[in-house]
Design a protein around this ligand. Structure first.
Ligand code: GTP
Ligand code: SPV
Ligand code: MN
Length: 584
């Protein structure tokens, strides 16, 4: 427990509303972990896996209607609707508190309320932020102790201050009709009810470290971004730090743990973060990045020793698996696993499954939760309190057509525009249709805690705050041919693109100036060992003017939504692109 008066007052208030049978203050200790695992197994929330082969690993099955973030039930509750902007769902704060307190009243009856103090960011960093989440889900507590730095460290960091994010979470009855994820950025508060899953329930993640933090960053002069952080060591021994924003389930975790292809000797990739980066201007005028999280909540399907050997190594112990299939021998399986499909298994819902089933064994958004420390490629710099200096920012999307493998912005303003115009095919990480192209600026569509136009203005303003901003690139690993096959091998081979990115940061790297930006020449990416034909590589790097002209109209429609809040810098870049495309 803590002596901090604001914390005690707030916990008392929420307990009065939710009415739990008892209140447990979490300390983050090993003994507590064991106790909670026991409670969760007894309640059927966790199934122990074969402890010899997967020590410390458990399976959780979420409610079948509660398997992904629900963006249509996620709200920004600020006083002025325009401050949330046209891309957020908005509710007035009074209405938000009123609607949710009706659902939350008595919601924890007969349950235990856990109080989780946590720090986002390294414990000894001035940049770190404290949050406190109360929850009635043991599964959430067990996740939070991996995803954050939890326990006494938070009380030390907070002291007597009242500057902590107030996160109230209750599973409620898991009915989607009574599910809301409400953010009150002006009160540094999050209320979430009716879901026990991922980004809806682990309030440290998208809710605090992106939606609330982006709002804080705007006021304090920094950026909270949906980005991975890596260090790429080149054969000369130099490490270049790169951040990359990709929409949900578009390759951040995989890129952050990349293993170089055998043909690229002397290269190495270090992992610093796989989902969230907080970026601040350092005294040297560069942008410095910190990963506020302490674990990985990664997509399971497609993870194998071929695609992501570092993740595979990390998830062999102390890992919570959510919504994967269970084999009769007490181990887990999913689509894309190293092993062939098991003859029989229980699917993610716990129903008997055989390979002849039409349905998937693991849910496409099934996840692993694992401590960052277990990742073999973890960078020695990952907890550096000042972060690492960023040389390049990638904006990546999942696009079958049109978007080249990689191209570079000509300036920070152009780079901000490349981020603002990011669009990607939707994935299973959110409820709703999969494979539909939608605008997802900076991969932050669902995570920006204020008006997206003001957010772009904030990005543009970095030019005044920082003298040595990163170079900006667009990437796309997901181009397909007419038969739907991937044109680019991806995964480890993505390092070839990073190599060109690093060359460009150093003032080399062959490129051609095109209407959309600098595109590498095929020889700057390809090599003898790359198993991609010259013809395919040319296709991957081609700029299709007709296709881009159509895209231009679509960009204009999107920008029109922001009316006169759209920053002049974005409008200028849009007009300049139109001029360049129409010039022959
Ligand atoms: P979130 O955790 O939702 O934010 O996802 P993420 O951006 O971290 O995506 P992740 O790395 O988990 O990848 C999502 C899916 O894309 C997985 O099924 C991967 O196997 C697949 N994927 C990742 N990188 C590549 C690639 O280079 N090529 C192809 N074809 N697929 C990839
Ligand atoms: C994402 O959807 O971008 C995730 C998973 O990283 S969740 O925590 O559910 O947001
Ligand atoms: Mn993510």
């Amino acid at each position: 427990m803590t002596t901090n008066a604001s914390v005690r007052r707030w916990v008392k208030e929420v307990a009065r509303m939710c009415g739990p049978a008892d209140v447990v203050w979490c300390d983050g200790s090993e003994a507590e972990r064991e106790r909670l695992l026991e409670v969760a197994v007894r309640a059927g929330d966790l199934i122990p896996l074969d402890q010899r082969r997967l020590p410390g690993c458990y399976l959780h099955r979420s409610d079948p209607n509660d398997v992904a973030r629900t963006e249509h039930l996620t709200f920004i509750c600020c006083r002025e609707r325009d401050d949330a902007g046209p891309t957020n769902h908005w509710m007035a704060p009074a209405e938000g508190y009123d609607r949710l307190s009706k659902i939350l009243s008595g919601s924890m009856e007969g349950r235990t309320m856990y109080v989780i103090p946590f720090v986002m960011g390294p414990p000894d960093s001035n940049f770190s932020k404290v949050g406190i989440q109360v929850t009635d889900s043991v599964y959430v507590v067990l996740n939070m102790r991996m995803m954050t730095r939890m326990g006494a460290v938070a009380w030390e960091h907070l002291g007597t201050s009242d500057a902590f994010t107030r996160g109230l979470h209750s599973k409620g009855d898991l009915n989607a009709d009574r599910r809301y994820i409400c953010h009150f950025p002006e009160d540094n508060t999050i209320w979430s009810v009716g879901s026990g899953y991922g980004g809806n329930a682990l309030l440290s993640k998208k809710c605090m470290s992106l939606r609330i933090a982006s709002y804080m960053g705007r006021h304090e002069g920094w950026l909270a971004e949906h980005m991975l952080i890596i260090g790429v060591e080149s054969p000369d021994g130099e490490v270049t730090y790169i951040c990359g924003a990709f929409p949900s389930a578009c390759g951040k975790t995989n890129l952050s743990m990349l293993v170089p292809p055998t043909s690229m000797k002397g290269w190495r990739v270090y992992t610093l973060g796989d989902d969230i980066a907080w970026l601040r201007v350092g005294p040297d005028g560069r942008l410095w990045a910190v990963n506020p999280e302490a674990g990985f909540f990664g997509v399971v399907p497609g993870t194998s020793s071929k695609t992501n050997p570092n993740a595979m190594a990390a998830i062999q112990r102390n890992t919570l698996y959510t919504n994967v299939a269970l084999r009769p021998d007490g181990t887990v399986w999913w689509e894309g696993h190293d092993d062939p499909p098991p003859r029989t298994a229980l699917d993610w819902r716990g129903r008997p499954w055989t390979p002849s089933h039409d349905e998937l064994a693991a849910h496409p958004n099934s996840r692993f939760t694992t401590p960052a420390r277990q990742c073999p490629s973890l960078s020695p710099e990952w907890e550096n309190p000042t972060g690492v200096p960023i040389s390049a920012i990638l904006f990546g999307s999942r696009r079958q057509k049109l978007l080249p493998l990689v191209y570079q912005a000509s300036s920070w303003q152009h780079g901000t525009f490349l981020g603002a115009t990011l669009a990607s095919e939707t994935t299973a990480a959110i409820t709703g249709a999969v494979g539909v192209v939608r605008r997802d600026p900076m991969a932050m569509l669902a995570f920006c805690g204020y008006n997206m136009a003001d957010y772009w203005a904030h990005w543009l303003s970095m030019e005044k705050r920082a003298s040595h901003l990163p170079k900006v690139f667009r990437v796309n690993w997901f181009r397909r041919d007419e038969k739907g096959r991937f044109l680019w091998p991806g995964f480890g081979e993505n390092l070839r693109v990073l190599k060109w990115v690093i060359e460009r940061c150093r003032g080399d790297g062959e490129a051609e100036e095109t209407p959309i930006g600098y595109v590498p020449t095929p020889s700057a990416i390809g090599g003898k060992e790359l198993d991609v034909s010259k013809h395919v590589l040319e296709e991957l790097l081609r700029v299709d003017r007709e296709g881009w002209l159509t895209n231009l109209r679509n960009q204009a429609e999107f920008f029109a939504k922001f009316e006169d809040r759209l920053p002049a810098g974005i409008r200028e870049e849009h007009e300049a692109l139109a001029r360049r495309l129409k010039m022959k």
